[in-house]
Design a protein around this ligand. Structure first.
Ligand code: DI6
Ligand code: FE
Length: 401
């Protein structure tokens, strides 16, 4: 059924309408061939849509399909043992310096074949899809050798072939320095990271280039080398910045017109201004803040005051954020970061689309992809308010159920 008309629905459109959430009450939404054809108040429905195959949603809420714009769902193994160590007092950085952390996931990822990686990722992806996610960003960065970085990206893309979800892939070769290059980060960039980026791009596997700018990872100067190559290849960039300390990563990212700067707990006022100037999205990741028991809050008030778009994501990864629930990220964004439920929901729809450079989704407007989530709730704030409860009624991906 390629044409459909949804009626008797609340529509959180996030379009430019003068109402919180861009909310249309008693709304109707028509879609055809994978794209939204009309949205608005049911009373205003043009006659041409009136006889389309109709579904009465009984007052349920429709939002744009949710977008998780920052994940690392493809990886081997898990880090439950490290979780225990951190609970006994070791910090995330101490674990990383002792050969655990990202590098331990690198070991398990290198030994897993494409089939195993896929099999391990799918339950996480399925959990996200069950919560109404229709677009999912996935990063490489647990291979740190050319072959495994490519395998991670191929696996990520393969997910889009076996599940109804649109996958965007980010190359994160500059995630950590692998043990065989310990103390030789620049040589790692020359020998592995940059050639891997080129090979991945050649294979059409890269939508954006990411990096981890941090004391335990790469300096701003080293990240700039990766971003220069991205620029030569015409690829947009994004950056894990100011997660554990302020190295000026967000300013660097902004100077390359980054799609987004992510984490940002230690972001300075100068960093906020740089993001405001470049129009980059601030992607906040409350799952990592929570897991690491961080106490430094990202500067939400300042981001807001400077009109920096704010997105929220799970950061689903085996170390700092073993979170496969975007609904819980919404709740954490409100409870931990003091975002409003409206900002939180915009952060997993309209702003998350921006963070991925996608202008064909993220709002309910004519012409946008028919990626829709239908919720058994009567007000959009309910999606942020509940904890551990999933009110998804139906998910429509590219116009199909
Ligand atoms: N920051 C993070 O939170 C993840 N990567 C990054 O650069 C953590 C990755 C991990 O601990 O495995
Ligand atoms: Fe991350």
């Amino acid at each position: 059924m390629s044409r459909r008309l949804l009626t008797n629905a609340g529509l959180a459109t996030f379009a430019d309408i003068d109402a919180p959430y861009g909310l249309v009450e008693h709304g109707a939404l028509a879609f055809e061939k994978g794209a939204i054809a009309w949205t608005g108040a049911e009373a205003d429905l043009p006659a041409e849509f009136a006889d389309w195959p109709k579904e009465d949603l009984g007052g349920c809420l429709v939002t744009p399909g949710l977008i998780d714009c920052h994940t690392h769902v493809v990886f081997g193994g898990n880090r439950a043992r490290e979780f225990e160590m951190r609970l006994q007092g070791a910090t995330y950085e101490e674990v990383a310096r002792a050969g655990g952390g990202i590098v331990s996931t690198v070991r398990s990822t290198r030994t897993a074949g494409e089939e195993a990686l896929l099999e391990q990722a799918l339950p996480r992806v399925d959990a996200l899809i069950a919560e109404g996610i229709t677009t999912l960003e996935i990063k490489s960065g647990y291979g740190l050798d050319i072959e495994t970085e490519l395998r991670m990206l191929r696996t990520a893309r393969k997910i889009g072939g076996v599940r109804p979800v649109d996958i965007r892939t980010s190359f994160l070769g500059a995630h950590a320095v692998p043990p065989e290059y310990k103390g030789r980060a620049d040589a790692y960039l020359d020998d592995i990271c940059l050639p891997a980026l080129e090979a991945a791009h050649e294979e059409g596997l890269v939508d954006a280039v990411d990096g981890f700018c941090e004391g335990i990872a790469f300096s701003p100067g080293q990240i700039a080398r990766v971003f220069e190559r991205a620029k030569e290849l015409n690829l947009p960039v994004k950056l894990h910045a100011e997660q554990l300390s302020d190295l000026g990563g967000a300013e660097l990212a902004a100077s390359y017109d980054a799609l987004s700067a992510d984490h940002l707990e230690y972001l300075s006022g100068k960093g906020v201004e740089a993001l405001a100037r470049s129009g980059s999205v601030a992607v906040l990741l409350p799952g990592a803040f929570y897991t690491l028991r961080e106490t430094q809050l990202p500067p939400v008030d300042l981001l807001r005051a400077n009109s920096v778009p704010i997105a929220l994501a799970t950061d689903c990864n085996p170390g700092s954020s073993p979170l496969a629930s975007l609904l819980l990220a919404l709740n954490m964004g409100c409870t931990l970061f003091r975002m409003t439920p409206e900002e939180a929901l915009a952060g997993v729809t309209r702003e998350a689309a921006k963070a991925l450079g996608l202008s064909d989704r993220g709002t309910l407007e004519a012409g946008r992809r028919a990626d829709l989530s239908v919720w058994n709730v009567s007000h959009p704030a309910e999606l942020s308010y509940r904890i551990g409860f999933n009110p998804l009624k139906e998910r429509i991906f590219g116009g199909a159920q």
